[in-house]
Design a protein around this ligand. Structure first.
Ligand code: G4P
Length: 532
């Protein structure tokens, strides 16, 4: 049994989060700067992780192979002012996939990164929706303030309107004649002015001033100070205090302004984030909600990374610790298999290195060697017979029909498809009557198809083509059933069953979804599948 006080202390120290953003908003830059400010690296720019990022599938697969089990980029743990931060990567660009969404199931908060000139972009919206489903606390950082961008008031309006979340600006940008000088911190009631350092490679020196101090006018110019004071009055007049309950439920987002490139405004974001990020919420299980300070060890698998190497079927399962304490060498119960296992060399991802885990607490993410026994969503415990709620299936937006190149490999194909779907690499749909051979794949990101094709050939010996289909929406059927097999002939969409046998309808666009919903008013067409 763990010491309850030790548990409380360790949980309070841990902050597990993701950065959600649209490609190019500055996630790579911000990640590196978090490491810089956390003291995990000395000089930003030394790690050019982005440079290694590949877009072509062959490069991607090659990269997976090379990385093998060293997957530092998936989870990055680093200290910050006595806290232990774990940043779970949400891959963007070509590697956007269901893994991206699932990463958000393993985190307790998100930093939403916006480009000050572009505001709320498409991928941000999608990722935000997944955070919203979990009522997760979201902190917003408006980046690239060193460049001409949109008016901050306008940006707040856009976030509120487009995402339907309240905004509470904690810092406010100070820009004088196009030059970004620093931020005003509304809770500390202080102005922070920054000095630029070459390439933003080191922490930017800053001075703090009182908003009404006369020396501020020399530092910023009268015109800038006047504007700032007016803005602050306007903000103060408009708002109440930040409602921490609403923050914890993801109903209001604290907003910060700055530049990941020049480091201006970053310490204010980080300090507030570690102070204000609420404790992890209890997590739903089949025996009721489990709180992080529950003394029983519980954890679940949220990602499985397969090594593409044919000779070594090594896989790493990413496990999120939800309660209790993991100790080195401990036996854990694999609840689905109803069997005790010993986790082989579980690793943590401290800054840039992997280290073997000695102990783990709620909030930690550990990587364990998977000899093929884990599925996404599996629960591990110290013996307790509880199961976490399954991870949802996320709405795919790309669909393809699997066409066999070599019909002799029908059996291998069937097995391969089922396993890959179980593993969560792709979603598999079949027509309700079970017409043989008709397998439809659904993916959140297009690259998933290439990965599946590659793995079917290499791991199962089944050569396939994937013909793209024109649907782009999937909705799970709840409430009154619909005649799945007849939908297509009535142009209401394509009825199918998912890998768990749940009814799904695939649509060619919003118009078709709306038509179908009108025709079946007692049926709900929901965005998330219930999982296994
Ligand atoms: P991503 O991971 O979200 O895709 O974005 P990334 O950090 O790679 O940043 C995308 C581009 O935006 C990079 O420029 C980066 O330098 C720039 N950037 C990031 N943060 C800021 C900021 O605060 N201010 C300004 N002005 N630019 C920023 P690039 O030209 O594509 O690459 P690079 O040659 O600068 O590395």
């Amino acid at each position: 049994m763990s010491d309850p006080q030790l548990l409380q202390r360790e949980i309070a120290r841990r902050k597990t989060f993701a950065i959600i953003s649209h490609p190019d908003a500055g996630k790579t830059t911000l990640t590196e700067k978090l490491l810089l400010y956390g003291g995990a690296i000395q000089l930003a720019g030394a790690v050019k992780a982005k440079r290694a990022r590949a877009h072509a599938v062959s490069d991607y697969l090659e990269m997976e192979r090379e990385r093998g089990i060293s997957i530092q980029s998936s989870v990055l743990q680093f200290p910050y002012k006595g806290r232990l931060l774990s940043l779970v990567d949400t891959p963007g660009h070509a590697d956007f996939s269901e893994d991206t969404y699932r990463a958000l199931m393993a985190t307790d908060a998100a930093i939403m990164l916006l480009d000050s000139a572009k505001g709320v972009e498409a991928q941000t919206k999608k990722l935000f929706r997944v955070c919203k489903l979990r009522s997760m606390p979201i902190f917003s950082f408006v980046n690239k303030m060193d460049r001409p961008g949109r008016d901050p008031f306008e940006l707040i309006g856009e976030v509120e309107e487009v995402l339907g979340i309240g905004v509470y600006p904690i810092t406010w940008p100070i820009t004088v004649r196009g030059q970004f000088k620093g931020v005003y911190h509304r809770l500390l009631r202080q102005v922070f002015l920054f000095q630029q350092v070459a390439h933003g490679a080191e922490m930017a020196p800053m001075q703090a001033h009182d908003l009404y101090a006369p020396e501020l006018e020399q530092a910023v110019e009268e015109e800038g100070v006047k504007q700032l004071r007016e803005d602050v009055e306007l903000l103060d007049a408009a708002g109440d205090a930040l409602d921490t309950g609403k923050l914890a439920r993801g109903e209001v987002t604290p907003m910060f302004f700055g530049s990941a490139l020049t480091n201006f405004g970053l310490p204010q974001l980080l300090d507030s984030f570690v102070e204000m990020m609420p404790q992890p919420a209890p997590r739903a299980s089949d025996k009721g909600a489990i709180t992080p300070d529950d003394e029983r060890f519980t954890a679940f698998v949220f990602k499985i990374q397969a090594n593409m190497d044919r000779a070594h079927r090594d896989r790493i399962a990413f496990v999120r610790v939800c309660s209790g304490q993991y100790e080195r060498g401990m036996k854990v119960r694999h609840v689905r298999l109803d069997r005790d296992i010993r986790l082989t060399n579980p690793v943590q991802f401290l800054a840039q290195e992997r280290t073997v885990v000695d102990d783990g607490f709620a909030g930690d993410i550990i990587g364990v060697f998977d000899p093929g026994i884990f599925l996404i969503g599996d629960t591990l415990t110290d013996g307790a017979n509880v199961k976490y709620a399954p991870l949802p299936q996320f709405p795919p937006e790309h669909f393809g029909r699997v066409v066999m190149v070599d019909p002799m490999k029908r059996k291998q194909l069937k097995k391969g498809l089922e396993q890959l779907a179980q593993e969560g690499s792709v979603q598999l749909f079949r027509p309700p009557e079970g017409r043989e051979g008709e397998s439809i794949l659904g993916a959140v990101g297009e690259l998933q198809f290439d990965v599946v094709k590659h793995r079917l050939l290499n791991e199962y010996g089944a050569d396939v083509r994937i013909e793209r289909l024109s649907w782009n929406i999937a909705r799970w059927v709840e409430g009154e059933p619909v005649p799945l097999a007849e939908l297509e002939s009535q142009l209401y969409g394509y009825g199918a069953l998912d890998v768990h046998g749940q009814p799904v309808v695939l649509f060619k666009g919003d118009w078709q979804l709306e038509t179908c919903a009108k025709a079946f008013p007692k049926t709900r067409f929901v965005e998330l599948g219930a999982g296994a």
